[in-house]
Ligand binder design. Structure first.
Ligand code: PLP
Length: 495
């Protein structure tokens, strides 16, 4: 029997995994959740014998039950291949008395690659299964990392096209260069004269435009989303927690059945939710430490039970976590209500209308496995420097948020359980902030001079993703006003 997915906001909607992946978001605005979180059907010591790809199959087959074995294995082998610069796909580095799970060995050197390299294959397979013949156009607004990872994932994938909007003056120079040099005849990158919110609103408006959808359908297109609320992104993220635990077992770092703690640098709550799902599946995880930067809306939520986005939006050196609405938290809220769509819808309505909601005391008890922490900019810089001086290991700004929070948690609680820290980006992606944290002598160097200095200092070869943009040709130079995004899309699609 297939595992079905329902919406967090109404009991009526019930779809298969492939339908949920195709749709992204439920028609009622809710998120798709599995009716039940499946349990691992093998002992974790069995997993220790498996490769990353084999682990991916064993985990994903439990969630995506309407995919055949052949379909799923084909998606996995096309996603996790030599695009990754390590055969193991992820790696674990011991430093600062913790295990850093490096999730940045993919094409764009951020953890988004873990899911976005497989999503295009899941999506095209799902389209075939559901007899969709339209070309699927991915429409994405990005503040930097998601855009490039989605472009890399969808480039030249048959039956798809991708249009990315980014704020022309709102991304880092390396991030912009990564996007505008993207190859692939089905890729389009457009800078908008506006900020990320403008880009996001423009994209949402197009998704909700029924008239546009009809014209697209006639021309043989339909939109889909590569956003992190898609279960096609969530499920592949569970895999690396199962894999990491089984690697620690295999390497005799932990013994059978031993619990670990996990710290995750959090923005949209997708990555940490995946860790929580792994725990529910049977991975012995004790505490889930949710690490925030100065946008500490989640820290306050875990402390008080009130989620309140009415606050100043702070720009930090960990921009991928600069977020005040953590979309994936809705799935957790749904779980805490005891799978009650009406109650969840009420909380989300309150969030939309008043910018806040407060969960019940009973629901708060369900959060006992979580603890929140945050690191301000000074802590982030200190942590990068401290770990470098201690172990010669250089972490990026997002990972430093997690390392700082993890350290503070261990000191305050005395919790001796071994800690796994999700390392979400390569330091080469945030070179300037990282190098400035280590020494002020780097202040006046150019971005690519800093890249070479970082390589020298860390003893890590410059990643291919950075090397290839040094002299790459700019292939995208479209710019449009924020209120002309739809016109740009229509022009691209010839509507
Ligand atoms: C997206 C991102 C995060 C936040 O992950 P969520 O799943 O949104 O919580 C953290 N670090 C980096 C580098 C990212 O790109």
């Amino acid at each position: 029997m297939d595992l079905m997915y329902k919406s967090t906001r109404s009991a009526e909607i019930r779809v298969t995994a492939s339908e949920a992946i195709l749709k992204g978001l439920a028609d009622d605005g809710g998120l798709f959740v599995p009716e039940e979180i499946p349990k691992l059907d093998k002992d974790l010591s069995e997993f220790a014998k498996l490769t990353y790809q084999e682990t991916a199959y064993e985990v994903m087959k439990l969630f995506l039950t309407d995919f055949t074995e052949e379909e799923l294995k084909s998606c996995i082998s096309r996603a996790y291949d030599s695009k990754f610069d390590t055969e193991d796909i992820v790696s674990i580095r011991k430093a600062d008395d913790a295990y850093f799970l490096e999730l940045f060995h993919g094409a764009t050197i951020a953890f988004k690659d873990m899911a976005l390299s497989i999503l295009p294959h899941l999506l095209t397979t799902a389209a075939k299964k559901n007899r969709v013949t339209n070309k699927i156009m991915i429409l994405t607004a990005t503040s930097g990392d998601t855009g490039k990872a989605a472009l890399a994932g969808f480039a030249d994938v048959e039956g798809t096209g991708i249009i990315v909007f980014y704020p022309k003056n709102g991304v880092s120079p390396i991030q912009e260069k990564q996007m505008v040099t993207q190859k692939g005849k089905n890729t389009y990158v457009i800078g908008i004269e506006g900020n990320f919110d403008d880009a996001q609103s423009g994209v949402k408006a197009m998704f909700n435009n029924k008239e546009l959808a009809e014209r697209m359908d006639k021309a043989g297109y339909q939109f889909s989303s590569a956003n992190s609320i898609n279960i096609g992104r969530l499920v592949p993220q569970i895999v690396y927690y199962v894999y990491a635990y089984s690697r620690l077992l295999k390497d005799f770092e932990i013994s059978r059945g031993e619990s670990i703690n996990v710290t995750v640098p959090t923005g949209n709550f997708g990555n940490i939710l995946a860790a929580y799902y792994a725990k529910c599946m049977g991975v012995p995880i004790k505490k889930l430490v949710c690490a925030s930067n100065d946008n500490k809306v989640l820290y306050d939520f875990f402390r008080t039970g009130t989620y309140d986005k009415n606050r100043e939006f702070v720009l930090t050196t960990s921009p991928s976590m600069d977020i005040l609405i953590s979309s994936n938290l809705e799935r957790m809220i749904y779980k805490l209500t005891g799978d009650d769509p009406e109650a969840t819808a009420k909380f989300m309505k309150s969030l939309a209308e008043d910018g806040n909601y407060t969960i019940t005391e009973e629901m708060q008890k369900g959060l006992a496995d979580f603890t929140g922490g945050y690191a301000d900019e000074q802590k982030v810089a200190e942590t990068i420097k401290r770990i470098y001086e201690l172990d010669g290991y250089i972490v990026d700004t997002h990972t430093a948020v997690a390392a700082s929070v993890s350290h503070a948690y261990q000191t305050a609680s005395g919790d001796q359980v071994k800690m796994l820290i999700a390392s979400t980006a390569s330091p080469f992606k945030f070179t300037r902030s990282v190098m400035n944290a280590i020494s002020s002598k780097y202040d006046n160097m150019s971005d690519f001079e800093l890249v070479d200095e970082l390589s020298e200092l860390s003893g890590v070869r410059v990643p291919q993703a950075v090397e290839e943009i040094r002299n790459a040709e700019v292939l995208h130079n479209r710019v449009c006003p924020a209120d002309k995004m739809q016109e740009a899309v229509e022009e691209i699609l010839g509507l």
